[in-house]
Design a protein around this ligand. Structure first.
Ligand SMILES: Cc1cc2nc3c(=O)[nH]c(=O)nc-3n(C[C@H](O)[C@H](O)[C@H](O)COP(=O)(O)OP(=O)(O)OC[C@H]3O[C@@H](n4cnc5c(N)ncnc54)[C@H](O)[C@@H]3O)c2cc1C
Length: 472
């Protein structure tokens, strides 16, 4: 019987465990053990229920167009509990000079596709509108190398677009900085569009025409019980004896025909190992096996974030603007990066007489916010909500969640680094890497990375037939 260790019990490690479990159930002769440092499984996926509200401490949903999390939910028997975002009510505001301005209709991520709505929007200055019109005539351009998202967006639309949209959108997704993030790693579709069409506007329109047939799926998907439901369903599907919480792995050493994994006071031999911890932790564990690989893993930076959930009564709910929430450009000088009106975004997140707000702070430019006491984080969040929304009411409840070094930053050169990591990893037989440090930080990408890592090891151990799976 072959034995596989999984290090890290976030969604990546759990998805890997479930992929192994599926094979075990159909008779593949294997045993696996998952080691998680903390008392909880699920990593940053955590949901709390307070006063009838569903509070997401970490991710609140995933992109519907990436299928891997949805498919996993269906396999786990919770497909009936998937819920789509209320896209009919989707409106997002940008804070500009202290005022909330609605993003115009037809803006696809940051690419305007509706000329009249864009021209009429107070979000953009006349100069920027002119740049947008000129962008339409950009000739196809294949960049010779990688560049930052900020440089790429500036080439197309100018600096105002970087400040007003690109930077806040990326802060919201990555807790990242557009002047550091790699366009090829973070917005690969945009780089391809530029190569083929030149103009992003024309490329988006062409893509939209192709996709026009049929009903549009919701942009975001979540679960009725919140993201924790996915973790709970995974735990119900995995044998309890395979899951070891409060078990920090302290060393992973290559041996003849396998790996020695040391967790706490115990060491155990495995035929193969899936390392599904953040890359800095992976670097510590793999330093003895390959200092070069550890060096590359250490080179992937992570940012930290804080989410603040605030519950209010009916009066506040009635007074808040419609829509999903707002983003705050850096030039506004606030610590808050974004806020979501959770009660509008998904059905069933708050009773009809409650408003639920979720605010994001931190990111790569404000790691210091994590050093503040909860009271101070709450004070400054409420003060900024007062400035932006005029919201003075006392919250009915408040929660602060800290996520230190939890969001990988795919900076310029990330894809080249991944190639080096992949080459070094291949030199270490029986090792697979999974997690948000590599090819996507969203929940569906992490699910896929865990599944691929599992599939690759099953193949290399000769337990299943070869396909094209590739970890990291
Ligand atoms: C606040 C926030 C909001 C987000 N919002 C969204 C969203 O809306 N949609 C979306 O798709 N994505 C979102 N993301 C991103 C996504 O949730 C994460 O990228 C993903 O869940 C990471 O999963 P993971 O398993 O790779 O890592 P993690 O969840 O970080 O899990 C890694 C696990 O490894 C464990 N570990 C570390 N070292 C060791 C060790 N030595 N031994 C044993 N265990 C160890 C840790 O304790 C942890 O449990 C968000 C992330 C955050 C933080």
């Amino acid at each position: 019987m072959k034995r596989i260790a999984i290090l890290g019990g976030g969604i990546s490690g759990l998805a890997a465990a479930f992929a192994l479990e599926e094979q075990r159930r159909v008779g593949v002769n294997l045993q696996y053990m998952l080691f998680e440092r903390s008392p909880h499984l699920g990593g940053v996926l955590r949901t709390e229920k307070v006063d009838g509200c569903v509070i997401e401490a970490g991710p609140d949903s995933f992109l519907t167009e990436k299928p891997w999390a949805t498919e996993l939910c269906k396999k786990l028997g919770i497909g009936g509990d998937l819920v789509g975002s209320n896209d009919a009510a989707r409106k997002t505001y940008i804070l500009v000079k202290g005022r909330l301005i609605e993003m115009p209709d037809g803006l696809m991520f940051l690419v305007p596709t509706k000329a009249i709505a864009t021209a009429a929007s107070p979000l953009f200055s006349p100069g920027m509108k002119l740049r947008m019109a000129r962008e339409w005539f950009h000739p196809p351009h294949r960049a010779s190398g990688d560049e930052t998202v900020a440089a790429f967006v500036e080439r197309h639309y100018g600096l105002e677009m970087v400040d007003r949209l690109a930077d806040p959108l990326l802060s919201g997704v990555y807790g990242g900085d557009a002047s550091q993030l790699s366009v090829r790693a973070v917005l690969p579709r945009f780089a391809e569009m530029e190569a083929k069409y030149g103009s992003l506007g024309r490329a988006m329109l062409a893509a939209r025409k192709k996709a026009r047939s049929g009903a549009k799926p919701p942009l975001f998907t979540s679960l009725k019980g919140g993201m924790q439901q996915l973790v709970d369903a995974l735990l119900a599907a995995l044998p309890a004896e395979a899951l070891h919480t409060n078990s920090p792995v302290i060393a992973v050493t290559p041996e003849d025909n396998g790996w020695m994994v040391s967790a706490g006071l115990q060491s155990d031999h495995f035929d193969a190992v899936i390392v599904a911890v953040p890359t800095a932790a992976a670097a510590e564990l793999l330093h003895m096996a390959s200092p070069e690989l550890a060096g590359e893993l250490r080179g992937i930076p992570y940012s930290s974030s804080v989410t603040v959930a605030l519950g209010y009564d009916r009066k506040v709910r009635e007074a808040l603007p419609p829509g999903f929430g707002f983003l705050v450009p850096r030039s506004e000088g606030k610590r808050m990066l974004a806020a979501t009106f959770v009660h509008n975004k998904f059905p069933g997140r708050a009773p009809a007489d409650r408003a639920l707000l979720r605010c994001f702070l931190g990111g790569s430019r404000d790691e210091q916010v994590l050093d503040l006491f909860d009271e101070e984080i709450l004070r400054l969040t409420r003060e900024e909500l007062r400035q932006v929304l005029g919201l003075q009411a006392e919250p009915l409840f408040a929660r602060v969640y800290r996520w230190k070094h939890s969001m990988a930053q795919y900076n310029v050169g990330h894809l080249e680094r991944l190639e080096r990591i992949e080459n070094l990893r291949r030199g270490l037989s029986g090792l697979a890497l999974a997690g948000n440090g590599y090819r996507g930080i969203g929940v569906p990408d992490c699910v896929r990375s865990g599944q691929q890592a599992a599939s690759e090891l099953l193949q290399s151990l000769g337990l299943i037939a070869a396909d094209t799976a590739k970890s990291a």
